[in-house]
Design a protein around this ligand. Structure first.
Ligand SMILES: NC(=O)c1ccc[n+]([C@@H]2O[C@H](COP(=O)([O-])OP(=O)(O)OC[C@H]3O[C@@H](n4cnc5c(N)ncnc54)[C@H](OP(=O)(O)O)[C@@H]3O)[C@@H](O)[C@H]2O)c1
Length: 255
């Protein structure tokens, strides 16, 4: 099968299209014919090997431990392994599998679910890792709580806004000018445009919440000028905070 492979750490030019052996599912696993694969910041971390800490966390000291990158996927079940009873070849699914940047990927059966018919494969493949990261950060959010979502127009933040609204929280989304319509459309009650607001510290202090309110920080702090992120971090230190884990494990149907 054809797959994107990376056998060393580096910038995107380490990724190559190659023919490799098609993997077969073991017990409790399924082979998915990949129709779409998602990209989130972890792909960059695992391709570049940065920050170096991730190499110590088991992803490979000198080179990536996994030859084929990719985690998010949507596709059809091609083959089921021993012990899988609730999925059948031909089922349309989405979820996560190590090595989704390939024609076929092996997933634990518990890590894929039926794809809703009203979602295209590429839409479904953009959901699992980012949405589960947001979901894990917002599990304790309750109706009426006020949230300031930093990076509300990003991969994690756009799910955080929708999930918080589904829990009937009051959401203020921080995003750039270009994303304000999107974040409003996602349901935010108020928007703070960080490009036009030169003084996040003033807004943050005027927003100072009671102890039950939260600052989900979904901004990509690897970018320069992370004013809002650093302000949020300071405010969060004296309040309850929810930030994406450096590499949050995707949701599982059985967890
Ligand atoms: N995606 C995942 O599954 C995942 C999982 C675990 C951890 N994380 C971490 O979570 C963070 C966000 O990930 P993501 O996938 O949502 O990234 P993303 O799609 O790149 O979104 C990051 C957002 O940060 C905002 N931003 C950039 N500079 C800012 C500033 N100075 N002030 C306020 N906001 C700023 C951007 O807003 P504008 O676009 O409006 O400029 C952008 O929408 C990253 O640190 C990532 O490593 C992500």
């Amino acid at each position: 099968m054809r797959a994107i492979v990376s056998d060393r750490y580096g910038s995107l030019d380490v990724l190559q299209l190659k023919d490799i052996e098609r993997p077969r599912p073991g017990p409790g696993e399924v082979a998915v014919r990949v129709r779409a694969a998602g990209v989130d910041p972890s792909i960059w971390h695992l391709t570049s090997g940065q920050p170096y800490l991730i190499r110590l966390l088991g992803f490979g000291l000198r080179r990536p431990r996994r030859l084929v990158p990719g985690l998010d996927l949507a596709g059809t079940i091609e083959e089921i392994g021993p012990g899988v009873t609730d999925l059948r070849p031909g089922d349309e699914v989405f979820g996560t599998a190590d090595g989704s940047f390939a024609e076929y990927a092996i997933a634990k059966a518990s890590r894929v679910v039926a794809k809703p018919a009203n979602l295209a494969f590429d839409q479904a493949a953009a959901v699992p890792v980012s949405a589960c990261t947001a979901l894990k950060g917002l599990l304790s959010v309750q109706s009426g709580q006020r949230l300031l979502v930093i990076g509300a127009g990003g991969g994690v933040g756009s799910y955080a806004v929708q999930l918080a609204k589904a829990r009937q929280a009051h959401v203020t989304g921080v995003c750039s000018t270009a994303k304000t319509d999107l974040v409003k459309m996602l349901g935010a009650d108020e928007i703070v445009d960080y490009k036009r607001n030169p003084s996040p510290a003033a807004t943050m202090s005027s927003w100072t919440p009671p102890a039950t309110d939260r600052f989900p920080n979904c901004a990509n702090t690897s970018r320069p000028r992370a004013h809002w992120s650093s302000s949020a971090a300071k405010a969060a230190a004296s309040s309850s905070a929810a930030s994406p884990a450096p590499c949050a494990p995707p949701c599982s149907r059985h967890s």
